[in-house]
Design a protein around this ligand. Structure first.
Ligand SMILES: Nc1ncnc2c1ncn2[C@@H]1O[C@H](COP(=O)(O)OP(=O)(O)O)[C@@H](O)[C@H]1O
Ligand SMILES: [Mg+2]
Length: 228
């Protein structure tokens, strides 16, 4: 079996004062290495909650999560931080770059935590920035870049440690449709290079790039279809 993700009966509740909000109500999901998956569903259906669990930014209330065969559902915060840095590349709707830091240093940042030397970090970050089409923008800070260019930097940062999975939560949500399509072209290339890509979107045209579409409704998987 070649599943990068195996999830069994994941529950995520949030406590708000005396009330408990049931957000994910029992999700079962396997994702094969090298797949290209879109997660869709109405606002509030639990897409971001699921992505945060997949990305080890959060842990489930109940259920099991195996990432590359390792049970991450019961790990400590330190162990999760380590897994996140090595195995997960996360792209956010709002880019989440460090504002006063160049594209090169934003992309190099995950390697600081991985303990790689400065020379090696810069060499690898420059290579990745070339791959995402920003060879001529390495010394620019985020406010000197367009939205599409900022998202390219964020994609470069997600790729730099060669993670097992690339997660993207509405990566085109803050971009116009032309720029969004350009970013999707980049994800297509990343997928073709052999990476596992999982993204959230509410746009059918964006989801059409994926090979498998999973629809959530009210904290459960409503449908799961393969396009190709
Ligand atoms: N930290 C939290 N505390 C309480 N409720 C939360 C928290 N995070 C998410 N929720 C609730 O979970 C539901 C699903 O949220 P989310 O996963 O962000 O949905 P989506 O990304 O599909 O729009 C929403 O009703 C939201 O209010
Ligand atoms: Mg969301």
């Amino acid at each position: 079996m070649n599943n990068v993700i195996e999830i069994k009966n994941i529950i995520r509740d949030f406590k708000l004062g005396t009330e408990t909000v049931h957000v994910l109500k029992g999700i079962d999901l396997n994702i094969e290495r090298g797949d290209y998956v879109a997660i869709m569903g109405p606002s509030g259906s639990g897409k971001s909650t699921l992505m945060n669990l997949l990305g080890c930014l959060d842990t489930p209330t109940d259920g099991n999560y195996l990432l590359n065969g390792q049970d991450v559902s019961k790990m400590s915060d330190d162990q999760l931080a380590d897994i996140r840095n090595k195995e997960i590349g996360f792209v956010f709707q709002t880019f989440n770059l460090l504002p006063r830091t160049t594209a090169l240093d934003n992309v190099a940042l995950p390697m600081v935590y991985a303990g790689i030397s400065k020379t090696a970090r810069h060499a690898r970050a420059a290579e990745v920035l070339e791959d995402v089409g920003l060879a001529d923008r390495m010394d620019h800070r985020p406010n000197q870049l367009s939205g599409g260019q900022r998202q390219r930097v964020a994609v470069g940062r997600a790729l730099v440690n060669k993670p097992s999975i690339i997660l993207a939560d509405e990566p085109t949500g803050n971009l116009d449709s032309k720029t969004g399509e350009e970013i999707m072209g980049l994800f297509d290339t990343i997928h073709k290079a052999g990476n596992t890509v999982i993204m959230v979107t509410h746009e059918e045209e964006i989801a059409d790039h994926a090979h498998r579409v999973i629809r959530l409704r009210d904290g459960l998987i409503e449908s799961d279809t393969r396009n190709r």
